[in-house]
Design a protein around this ligand. Structure first.
Ligand SMILES: [Zn+2]
Length: 245
């Protein structure tokens, strides 16, 4: 059976003879996110092309694994382990890592707000097709609902919103939804230690190996060994969940 291949390419600063490539926290997050996608792609055991590989998964499933791996970047243990200075070998202290994580978390409201606004804009553009408004007018209407971002019209947000033409039509929201599910799944790693090999193996067996042969929610519940609480879901998903059980 042919084995899947994944290629990870990132837009990171290139190392030189004097200085290796040093990633800032954002780059590290991107690297782990994409690494999660790669593992998801190569560790599937589904023999069916249409049920395996990242491109065959729904957007929420496809983004879920990437977002789970991002969670390691918010782990104090992981950052302490990773933080050897490239020249002195000295590690960051726990206090330094905690300060950095506090700062990172404090500024999370901006990317969260921007993601929610992007998802709303994505929905509205698809709903508004043919109603006579320009793309900018739709964006202006959406931004009135998320006013604190205050993106000026000359920024031309819509012109750089490339998700509209890269296959994410009306599914940008999946980033947020899969992120919520990723946080829930990562709790098990937090409880059992982020370097726990047997927890990682179970994640591989229950989430990565089945690929698209079972639903994302089934995979997560198999990994967590318990059903997700019904009040965890929005009302529409709740109805689906109740009917499914
Ligand atoms: Zn991704």
């Amino acid at each position: 059976m042919p084995l899947p291949i994944a290629v990870l390419h990132g837009n990171f600063p290139q190392g030189t003879l004097d200085q290796p490539c040093l990633l800032d926290h954002k780059d590290l997050r991107v690297l782990l996110h994409e690494f999660g996608h790669c593992l998801q792609h190569v560790l599937t055991r589904s023999p069916h092309h249409t049920l395996s590989g990242i491109s065959e998964l729904g957007r929420d499933s496809a983004e879920f694994a990437g977002q789970v791996f991002e969670r390691w970047c918010s782990s104090r243990e992981f950052l302490l382990w990773l933080s050897d200075h490239y020249q002195t070998g000295q590690r960051l202290t726990e206090a330094q890592v905690d300060t950095a994580l506090t700062s990172i978390n404090a500024y999370d409201s901006w990317p969260t707000g921007q993601l929610l606004m992007s998802a709303l804009f994505d929905f509205e553009l698809h709903l508004a097709q043919g109603d006579g408004r320009t793309v900018q007018q739709v964006f202006d209407a959406v931004q009135r609902e998320v006013p604190h971002l205050n993106i000026p019209s000359w920024c031309r947000f819509a012109n750089s919103f490339d998700y509209l033409v890269t296959g994410y039509e009306a599914s940008v929201y999946a980033y947020k939804w899969s992120g919520v599910l990723a946080s829930e799944a990562f709790k098990r790693f937090q409880q059992e230690w982020v370097f726990n090999a047997s927890t990682g193996k179970e994640f591989r067996e229950t989430v990565l190996a089945p690929g698209g042969s079972q639903s994302l929610l089934q995979s997560i519940e198999a990994f967590l060994k318990q059903p997700l609480p019904l009040d965890f879901f929005p009302a529409a998903v709740n109805r689906y969940q109740t009917a499914d059980r």
